[in-house]
Design a protein around this ligand. Structure first.
Ligand code: HEM
Length: 505
């Protein structure tokens, strides 16, 4: 790469002969100017053409623009004696922006929950997600296609699909102290950092919520056949509960299973089924003459799926699933006939806690985006952060994310130290309230972030793209796995049930 002086660069400041300096790198924009998405005129302006345009550039573009190969190759040299100050973060690295990381990952802070094993795990996971998953996440979020088999295979190779189901004996080769609920929490917060909310659900969330009923209630034959296929990423699974007729009120389901000999004949339509467009198996809630029953249905004759357009990317595979007189062996029943509600309910704590972790991971990135933008954006001749109204919003965002993180961690600590049954009886209400709190905080932060970024928060590309995605999709966290108002109410109802009889004023 050539070394150039400011004097040399200055000579190239006209139409057809245009050089510009950004962060001590010299770019030849002569042929690019007419193709520039921001238009050619801005590039010929005084103080830009032939000059050091670093501040102007970073006020208008994300740093990653310069890393795209088509733009990186416009660089023709470096400035003599210049120092490159703005470097892309290395994959897996931690942010040094205050509050951009939870306190346990911040220099000089302690935590009672995390061991060195968790810290090493976090480093490996972040690097893997940034290098392997992030490019796929960005691509799929935009084109709406499902996650590629290649990335699924790579996740399966390092047991990520299995780890997302939580601690347990399915994690071959890992001792309990090498994988607990804090490890899983790390996975959930790390996978939601890319501003690609649809992809987060497209990353096989169907299996995370649909496999446990097979695991806990399926026959040994069913388990031996289905579980390895799903954990190896060779087959896909969706949880098919909700219908146009029933959402949070699962007892109102209308999909019907009628027993004929040793088969069920199943008819009905499920709606909003995450990963449904590409699922091979459906863990399905059905009405029978003995009450709600969970049954595993395989894609085949009588099963059809249709994508539903939603506010987030179709990479999530959200579907209508139609069962038209589907014949299913009675051996595919999960748990006792008529006992479907407890199968569904026993699954909910983990699912809601998982959604909460993903939500906290995404919320924290937005806090980081806002702190960076308020610091670098110049308005009325001063950084945006010099406005008290902006600092007030930043303060509230920080308070919210820290409160969410700390409550989530203490809940995770209880989960690590309780049996499954204790968790079911003691944590359902608390997790319901936590989920409501986190999703409400997320939406308030989405609103504040949109005000801080202004018009940039309304475009899917550019400086505010993460805020745009978050603002459009944070409501999903308030609905999926149980509407937030219903969950908050569950928490209070459970508390009332446990009130001591003699607790009077
Ligand atoms: C290597 C040099 C440059 C490259 C590769 C480049 C590339 C781009 C790209 C890709 C965008 C679209 C933004 C997005 O949606 O992500 C953009 C927008 C823009 N660029 Fe550049 N640019 C360069 C230099 C400059 C300079 C020096 C200026 C002016 C000081 C400038 C002013 C703008 C403006 C005003 C926009 C529109 C921003 C908006 O819509 O918010 N660019 N540029």
């Amino acid at each position: 790469m050539r070394t150039l002086t400011f004097e040399e660069v200055k000579k190239h400041d006209s139409d057809g002969d245009l050089w510009i300096i950004i962060d001590s790198k010299v770019f030849d924009l002569s042929n690019f100017a007419d193709l520039h998405p921001g238009g050619p005129n801005v590039l010929y302006a005084e103080g830009v053409a032939g000059r050091d345009a670093t501040d102007a550039f970073f006020g208008l573009h994300r740093h990653e623009v310069l890393l795209r190969p088509q733009y990186a190759r416009l660089q023709i040299g470096v400035i003599e004696g210049g120092v490159e100050n703005i470097r892309a973060p290395a994959p897996g690295s931690l942010s040094r922006v205050p509050y951009a990381e939870p306190s346990w990952l911040s220099d000089g802070f302690l935590s009672p929950y995390y061991s060195n094993n968790h810290r090493a795990f976090q480093r490996t996971v972040r690097k893997f997600f940034e290098e392997v998953v992030r490019p796929e996440a960005i691509k799929c979020e935009e084109n709406g296609k499902r996650i590629s088999q290649e990335v699924v295979d790579r996740m399966s190779d390092v047991e990520i699909i299995a780890m997302r189901l939580g601690p347990g004996k399915h994690l071959q080769g890992l001792k309990p102290e090498e994988f607990d609920y804090f490890h899983e929490l790390i996975l959930n917060t790390e996978l939601s950092r890319f501003g690609t909310r649809g992809f987060v659900d497209g990353m096989l969330n169907g299996a995370v919520i649909g496999l446990p009923p097979i695991w806990n209630y399926g026959s040994p034959e069913l388990q031996a056949r289905i579980i390895p296929q799903v954990l190896s990423g060779k087959k896909y699974l969706a949880l098919a509960i909700t219908e146009a007729f029933a959402g949070s009120d699962v007892s109102g389901l209308q999909t019907t299973a009628v027993r004929v000999g040793d088969h069920w004949i199943i008819t009905g339509t499920k709606k909003w089924i995450t990963n449904g467009t590409f699922a091979d198996y459906f863990t399905t809630g059905c009405k029978t003459d003995k009450g709600l029953t969970m049954i595993l249905i395989e894609r085949g004759e009588g099963v059809s799926t249709k994508p539903i357009k939603t506010a987030y990317s179709s990479t999530a595979g959200t579907a209508y699933v139609v069962f038209d007189k589907v014949r299913v062996p009675v051996g595919n029943t999960l748990g006792e006939i008529g006992n479907g509600l407890s199968v569904i309910l026993s699954n909910f704590n983990h699912e809601r806690w998982m959604v909460t972790g993903c939500s906290v991971g995404a919320q924290r990135v937005i806090v980081e985006e806002c702190l960076k933008w308020a610091n670098q954006r110049i308005v009325f001749g001063k950084p945006l952060s010099s406005q008290a109204v902006i600092r007030n919003k930043l303060g509230k965002m920080i308070m919210r994310i820290e409160a969410c993180q700390n409550w989530l961690e203490i809940v995770t600590h209880q989960m690590n130290n309780m049996t499954y049954n204790e968790m079911s009886s003691k944590m359902a209400g608390q997790i319901g309230l936590l989920k409501q709190f986190v999703s409400r905080c997320g939406r308030e932060t989405a609103e504040d972030a949109t005000q801080i970024f202004g018009g940039r928060a309304l475009t899917v590309t550019g400086m505010g793209k993460l805020v745009e995605n978050y603002h459009r999709t944070s409501g999903y966290d308030a609905i999926l796995a149980g509407a937030e108002d219903v969950l908050g109410d569950l928490g209070v109802r459970q508390a009332m049930k446990k009130m001591p009889k003699d607790a009077l004023l």
